[in-house]
Write a protein that binds this ligand. Structure first.
Ligand code: NAD
Length: 316
């Protein structure tokens, strides 16, 4: 299968590595003449990670072509993942170019974090085949993809896109509405709002806020998500008991949550707190630690879940 990746920045390069690892032929476009070298460098560095996560038959980092023009990449592609800069005018112009060449059955999925498909697809001749497939950075490692259509996206496109990402080994979820930030970034924003408020109000330092999550609930969220974790907190009575028991207190905390503004003073405190927390370590070194541990976590989860499925599958 031949796919196209339009835009070879942080996100496009990650998608390209993933598609190559899934045995696809990948044509990438980017108007920046320096993009090809950085893309090929990225794929080379990512390849050992892709090998650990599992290659599909035909996987070969050499099956990568590079073009300046999106039309050259998209011609003959069965699927297009668009990762152009986060600007409505740029993406609309790219869509007009893509429509000159793509085959009738080809879906175009946008990685956009902040734009909505109903406005992106305005002016296209075939809006029904445009949808959002929003990944998480780095897209070649994080399983989640948020799928959401615009007003004119067809059900068929959504269905095929969900199946496509699932076949790649991703964990797509379908969102039923278009909202700024989709779902997962809104959840992150909700938590971070209170994290920032905790620093602003003097409740805790930047580092202690991080410890509170990373050494506490964050460990559980990677396993099951906040709803199921609270259902378990309800004991044998599950979510129903949890709501009776903790629900009223939780509503009281909701009413008390902060609404911080990122004023110059607050920004300074967040920056200084992050610097203290880094304690001389560098951002690149810490990023490398994060990616290494993320990979180990994904491998562990895959192994443990396979074991659980095996054991539960064996029961009557
Ligand atoms: N960075 C993230 O964490 C993240 C996460 C999820 C989704 N996204 C989304 O992915 C998209 C790309 O973001 P990014 O962080 O990779 O940006 P980026 O700036 O790293 O990359 C954008 C690339 O697009 C290229 N480009 C410019 N004009 C183009 C054109 N006309 N056609 C094709 N390519 C063009 C640029 O040269 C650049 O290489 C955005 O829509 C963003 O919202 C980003």
């Amino acid at each position: 299968m031949r796919v196209a990746v339009v835009g070879a920045g942080t996100i496009g390069a990650g998608w390209a590595a993933l598609f190559l690892a899934r045995g696809m032929e990948v044509a990438v476009s980017d108007p920046d003449p320096a993009a090809e070298a950085s893309l090929r460098g990225f794929v080379e560095r990512a390849w050992p990670v892709m090998e650990r996560l599992g290659l599909m038959p035909g996987a070969d980092p050499g099956r990568l072509r590079f073009h300046a023009d999106p039309r050259d990449a998209a011609e003959g592609a069965a699927f297009v993942q668009e990762n152009a800069p986060e600007r409505l005018d740029v993406k609309r112009q790219v869509y007009a170019q893509l429509e000159e060449v793509i085959a009738p059955g080809t879906i175009v999925a946008s990685s956009t974090s902040g734009l909505v498909m109903s406005s992106l697809q305005e002016g296209t001749r075939h809006p029904e085949r445009f949808a959002i497939g929003h990944p998480f950075n780095p897209p070649h490692i994080i399983p989640l993809v948020e799928v959401v259509g615009g007003r004119a996206t067809s059900e068929e496109t959504i269905r095929r896109l969900m199946a496509f990402y699932a076949a790649l080994g991703k964990r797509p979820i379908r969102l039923r509405k278009e909202v700024p930030g989709h779902l997962a970034n809104r959840l992150q924003a909700a938590l971070w709002r209170e994290a920032v408020h905790a620093v602003e109000s003097g409740l805790a330092s930047v580092e202690d806020v991080d410890t509170a999550i990373a050494e506490g609930p964050g460990l559980r969220w990677a396993l099951m998500g906040p709803n199921m974790i609270f259902a378990l907190a309800g004991g044998a009575g599950g979510m129903s008991h949890f709501l009776d028991h903790i629900g009223p207190a939780m509503e009281g905390w909701w009413a008390d949550l902060g609404q911080p503004r990122l004023t110059p003073e607050l920004r300074e405190r967040l920056i200084a707190g992050s610097r203290d927390e880094l304690a001389g370590r560098t951002i690149p070194a810490l990023s490398a630690d994060r990616d290494r541990m993320l990979l180990a976590l994904l491998e562990m989860l895959r192994r443990e879940r396979a074991q659980t499925d095996h054991e539960e599958g064996g029961q009557p």
